[in-house]
Design a protein around this ligand. Structure first.
Ligand SMILES: [Zn+2]
Length: 671
């Protein structure tokens, strides 16, 4: 008898087949003496559209909303249905009596496999391969240590709740908004609050009124010291600043204290996906999606880093014994010298790094034991790999230690400070330079501090006033948006990059010179979207509950009930909230059928397309110079297909304009 192994995608399936010595290749599976390996291509099954639950839902009609099926139906995704059929027949082969789930070891990977098993009618026993690296050793170890498949039932329930929540909220709110305002609009459980964060920051910047403030230094022979009051060194009134300055004229100061403190700054934490995406955005200018894609290649193809989609910045205790091998794998790279230093110094980072309680599904992103050949990496891969190795070496390095010398002086009852730092041991900062900011201002001539003595009296030679201005926060970049999303528990590490891409492809925001900018269309959808959906709190609360379900602490049923109640509430607030709304003119191109404005878009080749924003009209066209004189019905179809392609994405986390067009397509009667 044979065991059937289901991988997430072809490349991973082939690797597993190779390690397990399966040789007989076909286009859609690989067979050996004991195993048959096949693969999904991401999801092969999805939640069925409303029309499959009841044909009346094919039409977009506000009266039908909210659409809340008692039981969600599933369907096989059309374009990959052949692979599904192959898997189904393999699972039912007479000589197959066991199944191993080898999809991505995470919430979404679990769902990929379970839905295929469910629709394929597999009822036999199954086990789970749960690995954090794609090296031959990790795959072999994983197969020697398979987990009971049922151990992941709670994870599957959480994944299913997530999918249902996105369907219920995204689809209903999108339809409610579009029908109420007769305009194509798209909203979602994660995308809308994320977009609202961009707007909130833009508002903050727009409303920011810079406030002048003054800094005051007392200048002595050869050095200066900065004034500091009870609430810091900023003086917000010019008159009190100059009053203070004149009081100090010819004053005498006394050194009242001298302190030296040894400071120790521990290394930064290892990378999880979000932290790496932020640093790659800042240091290399990569988008979050780009970082994930490159990282996936380093993990799957080169096998030199561990599982990317992790939210842990720690390692499990069993990793400690493998650190030496991971460092040795850097021999022959630019990092060899540093790696040796770490090996020789034999650091013991302890619980700061190795903490089982801080790792749920996967540990932080670190190198594998696979020997690295940097020549095989592309320039982009190498740059990202460098960041990961730099951080890995840094976390294993000793703390950065320095001596902080400071002196306090008083004159006319006011306090002045001067300080300097002396590095004792660079530690991890020799590898990765991160500024250590203790909020103090550098003074001139701080070297003179060494010669000062307590009780010493000095003459204030003059004073120096500097005028400054408070500055607004910067616009959101991809890095800072990721950080805010993480802080507010919006999405998961695996989905955040896709959410950002989706908002950009829906034209609700755009990249502009390194930062993210809300578009007029984005402003519009936020104006009309219900308040509950704009606030991060609601989504964050749901995300927390999904984690509890995955941990078996909450029942999926109570979540399902609540999400249904919430859907009703949100939809009724959209339907009754009829805001005074005039569609914005994005294109200056009126629709020839109804006169409303057209929505511009672009296909994959960068060609422009136009779609009427009115839902009830639905006119679509290519610009005249491209469409030639084809018949409108044909043209209309082609454009719809292209738009669907443009807006489609395999990620299930949000509802896109493509879904909307796809669903409308099903209902359109030929005119
Ligand atoms: Zn129109």
């Amino acid at each position: 008898m044979k065991t059937f192994i289901l991988a997430e995608k072809p490349s991973v399936g082939r690797e597993i087949a190779r390690v397990l010595n399966c040789r007989k290749q076909t286009k859609s599976f690989i067979e050996g003496d004991k195993y048959i390996v096949s693969w999904a291509m991401g999801h092969l099954v999805e939640l069925a559209e409303p029309g499959a639950h009841d044909p009346i839902y094919k039409e977009w009609n506000a009266e039908h909303l909210p659409i809340i099926p008692e039981r969600m139906k599933h369907k096989v995704i059309g374009r990959t249905s052949r692979q599904f059929s192959t898997i189904k027949s393999l699972m039912h082969r007479k000589d197959v009596n066991n199944l191993i789930i080898a999809t991505d070891a995470g919430r979404e990977g679990e769902l990929v496999a379970r839905w295929i098993m469910r629709l394929g009618g597999y009822k036999g026993p199954f086990q789970r391969l749960w690995i954090s690296s794609q090296t031959d050793k990790a795959i072999r170890d994983g197969f020697n240590n398979l987990k009971p498949g049922r151990d992941y039932d709670d994870l599957m329930r959480a994944a299913e709740c997530r999918a249902e929540a996105d369907w219920l909220i995204g689809l209903n709110v999108t339809r409610a908004l579009s029908c109420t305002y007769d305009t194509r609009l798209s909203a979602g459980r994660v995308q809308t609050p994320s977009l609202a964060m961009i707007q909130a920051r833009d508002e903050q910047i727009k409303n920011f009124k810079p406030k002048p403030y003054w800094l005051l230094d007392a200048v002595f022979d050869g050095f200066s010291a900065s004034w500091r009051g009870k609430s810091g060194g900023r003086i917000f009134s010019e008159s009190s600043a100059s009053e203070l300055a004149s009081k100090l004229k010819d004053a005498e100061a006394e050194v009242i204290s001298m302190t030296d403190k040894k400071q120790s700054v521990p290394p930064p934490l290892a990378y999880d996906l979000t932290a790496l995406q932020q640093d790659a955005n800042r240091a290399l200018g990569y988008s979050a999606k780009q970082t994930l894609k490159i990282l996936q290649g380093l993990y799957e193809r080169h096998k030199i880093v561990t599982y990317p989609r992790t939210d842990s910045r720690h390692l499990t205790a069993d990793i400690e014994a493998t650190i030496t091998d991971r460092l040795r794998a850097l021999n022959g790279t630019d990092w060899m010298g540093r790696a040796r230093e770490v090996l020789v110094s034999n650091p013991k980072p302890g619980k700061r790094l190795f903490d089982d309680s801080r790792v749920s599904d996967h540990h932080a992103i670190i190198p594998t034991e696979e020997q690295v050949n940097p020549d095989r990496l592309s320039a982009e891969e190498k740059a990202l790999w460098n960041l990961i190795i730099k951080r890995f070496i840094a976390v294993l390095s000793p703390p950065h230690r320095y001596l902080k010398l400071s002196a306090e002086l008083t004159a006319v009852g006011e306090s002045f400070f001067i300080s300097r730092t002396k590095v004792i041991d660079e530690g991890w900062r020799a590898v990765e330079f991160i500024a250590v900011d203790d909020g103090e201002r550098e003074s001139d001539g701080s070297g003179r501090i060494d010669s000062l003595q307590k009780g010493q009296k000095l003459k204030v030679e003059k004073t120096r006033l500097q005028q400054k201005q408070t500055t607004p926060p910067g616009r959101h970049t991809e890095g800072s948006l990721l950080a805010s999303m993480e802080k507010n528990a919006l999405g998961t590490p695996a989905t955040r990059a896709d959410i950002i891409e989706k908002l950009i492809s829906n034209r609700y925001m755009e990249r502009s010179g390194g930062s993210l900018q809300l578009t007029p269309a984005g402003e519009e959808v936020l104006l009309l979207a219900p308040e509950q959906l704009k606030s991060a709190e609601l989504t964050a609360e749901w995300e927390k509950r999904l984690s509890s379900i995955a941990e078996g602490k909450e029942k999926a049923g109570s979540f399902s009930t609540d999400i249904r109640k919430n859907t009703e509430k949100i939809v009724s607030s959209v339907k009754s909230g009829g805001k005074d709304y005039k569609p914005k003119d994005f294109s200056k191109k009126p629709c020839p059928l109804c006169g409303r404005m057209m929505m511009p878009g672009k296909d994959k080749k960068g060609h422009e397309l136009y779609v009427c924003r009115s839902l009830s009209c639905g006119y679509e066209e290519e610009p005249e110079n491209r469409s030639g004189n084809r018949k409108p019905s044909y043209k209309e179809k082609a454009v719809t297909r292209k738009l669907m392609k443009q807006y489609s994405d395999d990620s299930p986390d949000t509802f896109t304009l493509a879904d909307m067009i796809k669903m409308k397509e099903g209902s359109r009667k030929r005119k």
